[in-house]
Design a protein around this ligand. Structure first.
Ligand SMILES: Nc1ncnc2c1ncn2[C@@H]1O[C@H](COP(=O)(O)OP(=O)(O)OP(=O)(O)O)[C@@H](O)[C@H]1O
Ligand SMILES: O=c1ccn([C@@H]2O[C@H](COP(=O)(O)O)[C@@H](O)[C@H]2O)c(=O)[nH]1
Length: 210
């Protein structure tokens, strides 16, 4: 595969696909809003965290133990693993579902991922960024932790995830923002109120309801 030029493995050239990165702190409501967007705009939702958890649980995976440790400690899994999982999922979506509009949720979380993904897979149209206070996010995550079964929805992991978000992921948002490619959404209100802002942001960027 030619890695110098952004081109999906299935042969969809840059410009023929829509890629929206979805970022925000842990518990900001990214997954919740992605479900709304999928319903109304017919995007394919790919959560990097979900793909990593699936890979962690896949029998015979070379990366299971590594992913488990990184997720528990709120650290960012090396980009080669995550980008390959995303690329495989995008390829399968294009081939099997004939969808070429992607919401990439919880990615890129680190500058090297952002640069490498846009170089070797596809340039993103923009980043949807959910802004929320740590107090609200912590409440949501601890509440979710009662039923989620996630190894990182506990106080210690949440603290580490917040630190990683501020130190490692916010520079990615700032990088895209300098390029005029961030749509900022206030995420402390109710899910319905937040979604109204998402729809406005999409309209402003020319993304149409289907
Ligand atoms: N606007 C909101 N108001 C109140 N609760 C919300 C709101 N949005 C999401 N939630 C709840 O907060 C929890 C976290 O939401 P969600 O899973 O969508 O966040 P996330 O940003 O995808 O989190 P993570 O990055 O940890 O995967 C869930 O239990 C969800 O139901
Ligand atoms: O690009 C990514 C995305 C996620 N991770 C790891 O997964 C967990 C959980 O992610 P969620 O988006 O909250 O589901 C995250 O804390 C990281 O440890 C990653 O390494 N790289």
């Amino acid at each position: 595969m030619n890695r110098d030029k952004p081109l999906f493995p299935t042969g969809v050239a840059e410009g023929e696909a829509t890629v929206i990165f979805v970022l925000g702190g842990p518990g900001a409501g990214k997954g919740t809003q992605c479900s709304n967007i999928v319903r109304d705009y017919k995007f394919k939702h790919l959560s990097a965290g979900d793909l990593l958890r699936e890979e962690q649980d896949r029998k015979g995976s070379d990366f299971g133990d590594l992913i488990k440790e990184y997720i528990r400690d709120g650290k960012i899994v090396p980009m080669e693993v995550t980008i390959q999982l995303l690329e495989n999922a995008m390829q399968a979506t294009i081939k099997n579902e004939h969808i070429n509009k992607f919401l990439i949720d919880g990615f890129p979380r680190k500058m090297d991922q952002a640069i490498q993904f846009e170089k070797s897979v596809c340039k993103s149209n923009f980043t949807l960024f959910f802004e929320c206070t740590e107090k609200v996010m912590e409440e949501r995550l601890l509440n979710r932790g009662k039923t989620s079964g996630r190894a990182d929805d506990n106080e210690e992991s949440i603290r580490k995830r917040f630190r990683t978000f501020v130190e490692t992921s916010m520079p990615v948002v700032d990088y895209f923002d300098k390029d005029g490619r961030v749509v900022k959404i206030q995420a402390v209100q109710t899910p319905d109120e937040v979604y109204e802002h998402v729809k406005l942001g999409f309209t402003e960027r020319g993304i149409k309801l289907v």
